[in-house]
Design a protein around this ligand. Structure first.
Ligand code: BGC
Length: 765
């Protein structure tokens, strides 16, 4: 664990420059707007350890699969969101000496991520090897108002000399992905133009023909006046920039304002890019940096109004949850249904920016409650649009019908290539079905079922139907050779969670069929035809629901994670010498597989999803059995445990689990934040507070709350949007106050008692 960031309620602050922390900070201080994202690299040259990272959402590359032992059914490629044109670059040198923090003495370094207003700020004094000192103040943001725009204000002041300052703003498309499988570069140049003060660069991916066009303009200000500068225009392969030499005096500030637009062929025709890019750039340039920044602050204020969580009495928890909410809002805005949420967002390259079951299982609740329902709906539509590919995927694996959604995907095709996950971690299909339930249950938007929901549910159900087999010795349906959410077990038979979520999908699908039959007869008739839905298959699903096999241990009164789980040597995590943890860094894979230790919620994931079907004592017995055997080596694990512990009234445990997720990246808890932040698990921290401490659920169309407050907090409040109402739920030690900030009245239940809150009013419970 590395704690070097200061606690502050609205800012992430790093004081003092330590090159060893730089890559970590580059991820943590990332900025993004759902459309593009940028690691906190320095604008000026930096020769120390760094991962330069600029990412355009949805611009990806099918990198040829790398695998030791090829197995039929593996995907040909792994899709990666590409590291693309470095648009932030401005190099500086003083009388020929380059400003590079790796070679300077750095004083008064402060890097701040301002989460309230959505910008990155950095200031420092650098002493160059010659002894010349400069003071720097740099601010930048990617606009959430003009999504194609990034803007930088970079000021530099000589402290002890006068001389020549060379300023080189540029666009560099000669970029490589760190995770490139064969060390290849993925970009080709299309065109470049370097005029004085105005530069453009168009690059194109070597495969799939994604074009990215970056255009930049800049101004230089000295003594409050625009400098009428002269300079050199540089064009090199995949690179275009300027070099401007200026006379600078001691104590006099030079400010460079750099404006960039990044547009891609995902939104425009390739031949239009230069024109639309220029238009977007001109519009931003006309507004100017300060106006753009003001708009940015205003737009972030709106986002906070809908999604903020305020914790009184614990500044560190306050900072952490805001950081999580900020990153979620930077990663996905829901405006484009072709996009999704990579586990690292735009903060690093691990996981390739692709979509995992994380989206449905962990991220959806955050967007359901903190944004208009169309945002969460777009996450569902993403999968709906990929249904044909999921059907192809099932065929590729030998299934004659149904759909198997990929474990990892960009465009609907499977990208993952480890047999135990690609072919076996099929529970992901269940999470995708459950997300439909979750969306409809939360929003009440049943029209989605007839529009898109049933198509997906039927095809997933067909997959489950073919994936189970009837075991005549048991007289039950079984599911063999799977990997559950606990990836520390592979190729197991009858993983309880997978069997349960499969049967649940069949149950829900038949429920939806009945609903449509009775309420949308015409649409239902169309769907029966379109999907070729047969009564026999629905009957077969019913038979599977009724006769699914579930491993249990009667004596302990628990669901067994899989057949034979109790054959394992039963040891608890607390009995392990801490030097063995994390197991994945200290034990051989063989030892992990044979052990009873659990990576992340598995049986408990099922009890979390389907909690209303189980009594409290069942949940308690399973929780008390499994949690002590769980090492939480996936960042997705603690939140589910926190929510269940809260439900069981185990407040201390709920809080302990919450702490493991909330500051995961800020404190580099798992020692892996250098790869980027754990974006999808950040949604889990939000869930721990709202569903855990707040006890928020939606039951029969009603919002219900069963809150408690962690002992060392004075109060906490969260915002939720529910069916047209915007609520602020404020939980204090002795009461719950709920403010309805919208015109829409609402009836909700607090600790089992109903309250009606008219529009724009408040109640105490
Ligand atoms: C977890 C998976 C998750 C993936 C991406 C893995 O470590 O076990 O459940 O989907 O990370 O976050």
């Amino acid at each position: 664990m590395k704690q070097y960031l200061k606690i502050d309620e609205w800012n992430i602050i790093e004081e003092g420059f330590n090159g060893d922390n730089h890559e970590l900070s580059e991820g943590i201080f990332s900025i993004g707007n759902g459309y593009m994202g940028q690691r906190a690299n320095f604008e000026e040259k930096y020769s120390g350890k760094s991962l330069q990272g600029s990412y355009m959402a949805g611009v990806y590359y099918p990198d040829k699969t790398r695998v030791g032992w090829w197995k039929n059914g593996y995907p040909e490629y792994f899709a990666k969101v590409l590291n693309s044109t470095n648009w932030i670059g401005i190099d500086f040198s003083v009388d020929g000496e380059v400003l590079d923090l790796a070679t300077c003495e750095v004083k008064d370094f402060v890097r701040t991520l301002n989460m309230k207003e959505g910008y990155l700020h950095r200031s420092f004094i650098a002493k160059l090897p010659s002894g010349k000192e400069v003071k720097v103040d740099a601010k930048r943001f990617v606009s959430i108002v003009e999504k194609e725009i990034g803007a930088i204000r970079y000021s530099i002041t000589p402290l002890n000399f006068e001389g020549t300052l060379s300023v080189s703003p540029y666009l560099d498309g000669d970029i490589k992905n760190k995770d490139s499988n064969y060390d290849e570069k993925f970009w080709d140049e299309v065109s470049k133009k370097s005029n004085l003060g105005q530069v453009s660069l168009v690059v194109k991916t070597k495969k799939l023909d994604f074009y990215v066009c970056s255009s930049m303009r800049y101004d230089i200000i000295q003594a409050d006046k625009k400098v009428d500068f002269n300079g050199e225009c540089i064009e090199k392969e995949k690179f275009a920039g300027n070099i401007v030499n200026l006379n600078v005096k001691q104590g006099e500030e030079t400010v460079v304002y750099k404006y960039v637009s990044n547009v891609t062929s995902r939104d425009y025709k390739a031949e239009e890019l230069l024109t639309v890019g220029k238009e977007a750039l001109e519009k931003a340039y006309e507004k100017g940096f300060e106006v753009l920044l003001e708009e940015q602050a205003g737009a972030w204020a709106e986002k906070w109004k809908e999604s903020d969580i305020v914790i009184k009495g614990d500044a560190s928890a306050q900072q952490a949850i805001r950081f999580n909410i900020f990153q979620m809002n930077q990663t996905y805005t829901g405006e484009d249904d072709r996009l999704n949420i990579g586990p690292k967002g735009f903060t690093g390259e691990k996981y390739g920016g692709s979509t995992y079951w994380d989206t449905e299982a962990y991220c959806l609740p955050f967007y359901l409650s903190t944004a208009d329902s169309r945002i969460a709906k777009n996450l569902l539509i993403y999968r709906y649009k990929q249904l044909e590919k999921a059907k192809e995927n099932a065929r590729k694996l030998g299934f004659t019908k149904g759909a198997l959604y990929p474990m990892v995907t960009m465009n609907g095709e499977e990208c993952h290539n480890e047999w135990e996950i690609t072919f076996e971690e099929i529970h992901r299909n269940g999470a995708i079905a459950h997300a439909i339930y979750n969306y409809v249950n939360y929003t009440g938007d049943k029209s989605y079922l007839g529009q898109c929901g049933l198509d997906v549910l039927v095809e997933i159900s067909r997959f489950w139907e073919e994936r189970v087999n009837f075991a005549s010795n048991k007289g039950k349906y079984v599911m063999l050779g799977v990997t559950g959410p606990n990836e520390y077990e592979n190729n197991v038979n009858n993983n309880w969670y997978t069997n349960r979520i499969a049967a649940w999908t069949l149950e829900y699908t038949t429920e939806v069929i009945d609903y449509l039959k009775n309420n949308e007869a015409e649409r239902y008739a169309e769907l029966v035809k379109k999907l070729d839905l047969k009564e026999e298959e629905v009957n077969k699903w019913q038979d599977i629901i009724e006769n699914m096999y579930y491993p249990i241990d009667e004596e302990l009164g628990i669901f067994l994670q899989q057949d034979g789980y109790m054959d394992k040597e039963q040891i608890l995590v607390k009995e392990l010498d801490p030097k063995h943890l994390p197991l994945n860094q200290n034990w051989s894979w063989d030892r992990i597989l044979r052990s009873c230790f659990i990576k992340q919620a598995d049986v408990l994931q099922g009890l979390y999803f389907l909690e209303d079907r189980y009594d409290l004592e069942t949940i308690r017995r399973n929780f008390e059995f499994y949690e002590p055997r769980t090492v939480h080596e996936s960042s997705l694990s603690p939140c589910v445990h926190s929510i269940l512990a809260a439900k069981l009234g185990e407040q201390e445990k709920a809080y302990e689990m919450y702490l493991r997720t909330a500051r995961l990246d800020l404190d580099n808890y798992n020692n892996d934040t250098e790869d980027g932040c754990h974006i999808t698990s950040m949604a889990g921290s939000w869930m721990s507070i709202v569903e855990g401490f707040g006890g928020m659920r939606v039951r029969d169309g009603k919002l219900t709350l069963n809150p408690f407050i962690p002992e060392n907090w004075e109060s906490f409040s969260f915002k939720v949007m529910f069916r047209g109402a915007l609520l602020k739920v404020n939980i204090k030690k002795d009461k719950v106050a709920i403010t309805n900030e919208s015109q829409q009245g609402i009836t909700l239940a607090v600790n089992g008692k109903d309250y009606t809150i008219a529009g724009v009013s408040e109640i105490s419970a």
